[in-house]
Design a protein around this ligand. Sequence first.
Ligand code: CAA
Ligand code: FAD
Length: 380
Amino acid sequence: MDFELNELQIAIRDAARKYAQDKLAPGARERDREERFPKAEVAEMASLGLMGVNIPEAYGGAEAGTVAYSLAMTEIAAGDASAAVTMAVTNMCGELIVRAGNEDQRQRYVTRLTSGEYTAGAFALSEPQAGSDPGAMATFAEKKGDRWVLNGAKQWITSGAYAGVMVVWARTAKAPGAKGISCFLVEGGTKGLLVGKAEDKMGLRASNTVPLTFEDCEIPEENLLGVEGDGFKWAMVALDGGRIGIASQAIGIGRAAMDASIRYAHEREAFGKPIADFQAIRFKLSDMATELDAARLLALRAAWLKENGRPFTREASMAKLYASEAANRAVAEAVQIHGGYGYVDEFPVERHLRDARVTTIYEGTSEIQRVVIARELLRG
Ligand code: CAA
Ligand code: FAD
């Protein structure tokens, strides 16, 4: 076993940490209050290689691997969880296009995602009636001559109003469930792609989450990603990797809340001494640190497996399940440690609590992670 990071992993982690602490964290509270998308910040993140951490250099990526991606994601999330989810989805789209796309699609789209020419990528799988069960999607794509024509509605699409390119899933055959679903690349601003009003969210308020409507939205036939009918599989493959990213994001949010709690426990006095002297506070900090470290090890194991071409579906779901729930426990205790000050936005922990909440919901709820883990276990 080797717990040492290599030079590239350390360099990416440290660059992400520096950017997150110097540039993202100071403005995170204001962007959250104003629901202001971190457009300039994500462009700077692209210039640091953070929009394609695990993408080959040939397509403008940092080619640093999934472990480096996990480390960087945690650092960015500790600074601003909204910027982190924007980064997560853009990396997931870029990686999917590298994996499932042809050379023309990679050159055309991935390079623009990694360079920051496109502000973000978007991953349009969920629909109003089909979230946990994307096989129930209704969006339909019909081939007309050399064009595909998309009709339907997508829901909860991260960065949907800012994406230069979206990966969009639609039915191309009247088959049940996961069968007959294909995957398409739709450029932002395409005629017939209507971007709805941004959701007014509990947390991640500086990220952009919108419904999308496709009304006779025509795209060229070459924008089919992968083979017709294979789309569901590509969604699952992308989500396996994406879940490592969300686990890492959750760890970053939890760590930020823990660090704020340690600072506060030293500063705040009650009964004539710092609250850090009370065993009840110490035990909370111990549990937070232990659970976040366990989450980190799960995430890094899944990242290592992916990086080394080994199966990692079960491990990614375990990491996402455990990290998101551990982060939610950590942020709740962080608010408790801050007492009344934890309940107002003078301190960051109330934002961390709101930001952490969605990590047990998106990229597959905790219940769905358990479905995946059990399915893999029972398969034997
Ligand atoms: N890798 C490759 N292929 C896979 C796979 C995987 N991990 N998992 C399933 N497949 C394949 C299966 O082999 C099967 O293929 P065949 O028909 O050829 O055998 C096909 O996909 C269908 O598989 P299932 O029958 O298992 O599919 P299901 O309908 O029962 O669904 C599920 C399984 C795990 C519940 C899946 O629907 C799921 O992951 N749901 C959650 C959806 C989700 O996570 N959405 C997130 C949206 S993106 C997002 O949220 C972004 C963000 O917030 C920032
Ligand atoms: P439902 O599927 O309706 O689930 C409701 C409840 O039932 C949940 O508790 C669920 O766990 C439970 N449940 C459902 N099925 C089962 C089962 N088989 N066993 C046990 N329990 C079950 N989607 C995208 O495609 N792209 C994005 O970029 C994206 N970004 C998002 C950003 C935000 C801020 C949010 C909130 C969501 C985003 N999503 C995105 C959608 C997200 O992936 C879904 O919300 C999620 O998958 C759950 O789907 P649902 O909301 O329809 O809940």
